[in-house]
Design a protein around this ligand. Structure first.
Ligand code: NAD
Length: 291
């Protein structure tokens, strides 16, 4: 049982903090939203009225915030001021690699132990404690972080040094965005060529075109396993969040000097799709390919 601070109790953080409390930890939870604080109280956390109270005297502090600027602000204004040396800090938000590395440096300068630990899995996985965590940080920090993350997820992988968790997350999601579009346009073309789509699925899923977007998340209703396509493209992973991750991937590619023409194309197509359909599942982009 540990004393854990938790900052950011939104769609994802609310369920994650609740799972830490369920696992027996003393969770001191803070959010700017009173409603989110009240929900955390009902879920077994101790709501506190400012960030400092979720940081002082804690053994570990988890942040689950919208974007890099929020994480930078909480680290600069609250964490490095209020955390004692030796405190473990885990940022589970999805943010840009440069911000992840900068906040880790800020923490290390105060002998605070940082990890970036972004997640794969949506709100249902956050509530159900089945997230996958990709972790960047030292061996020592990872060893301390692993049992805490395991109380909120089913898989915890050490990706490398600080920033490696965020790098792995956006590389994976760039591949996912591009492969979803490629799968969707291929099925649309197969249809126009007069192929039966179930037959094409049976062939391609056993041939060299096979990929996760096809065989685990097929964008065609009634083909492959149950997916958001069978639910009118509702639920699942919102196109707006895919666009956020693709934008982070484009920033990272530029800062690392990587050539990513397919990723650029995916980012531009998701920008078009999310403009009107940001709340739909990302596989709904297939509906933009109708001509
Ligand atoms: P959200 O907007 O629902 O929650 C963010 C919470 O942070 C809000 O409750 C907000 O009030 C709070 N907050 C903002 N600034 C704060 C501050 N300074 N101090 C305290 N609280 C503050 O977002 P979410 O859907 O929970 O996502 C959180 C992160 O997880 C994002 O980086 C997102 O990209 C990532 N993510 C989300 C999903 C998903 O399916 N929603 C999946 C994977 C990763």
């Amino acid at each position: 049982m540990m004393r854990i601070g938790f900052i950011g109790l939104g769609n994802m953080g609310g369920g994650m903090a609740a799972n830490l409390a369920k696992a027996g930890h003393e969770v001191h939870a803070f959010d700017l939203s009173g409603e989110a604080l009240a929900r955390a109280g009902e879920a077994g956390c101790h709501p506190v009225s400012d960030a400092a109270e979720a940081i002082r005297n804690m053994e570990a502090v988890v942040t689950m915030l919208p974007a890099g600027k929020h994480v930078r602000a909480v680290y600069a204004n609250d964490i490095v001021i209020n955390a004692s040396p030796g405190t473990l800090v885990l940022d589970c938000s999805t943010i840009d690699v440069d911000s992840a590395r900068d906040v880790a440096e800020m923490a290390k300068a105060k002998n605070i132990l940082p990890v970036d630990a972004p997640v794969s899995g949506g709100i249902a996985a956050a509530n159900g404690g089945t997230l996958t965590f990709m972790v960047g940080g030292s061996e020592e920090a990872f060893k301390r972080a692993e049992p805490i993350l395991s109380d909120m997820g089913k898989t915890v992988i050490h990706a490398g040094d600080n920033g490696a968790g965020q790098a792995a997350k956006i590389c994976n999601n760039m591949l996912l965005g591009a492969s979803m579009i490629a799968t969707a346009e291929t099925f649309k073309m197969a249809e126009k060529l007069g192929l039966d789509l179930q037959k094409f699925y049976d062939i391609s899923s056993n041939a060299s075109g096979q990929n996760w977007s096809m065989t685990s998340y097929c964008p065609i209703p009634g083909v492959g396993p149950q997916s958001p396509a069978d639910n009118g493209y509702e639920g699942g992973f919102a196109a707006a969040l895919m666009l956020k991750d693709l934008r982070l991937a484009m920033e990272a590619a530029q800062s690392a000097g990587a050539k990513v023409p397919m990723g650029e194309q995916a980012a531009s197509l998701y920008a078009q799709y999310a403009d009107e359909h940001g709340g739909m599942d990302f596989s709904g982009i297939i509906n933009m390919l109708d001509s």
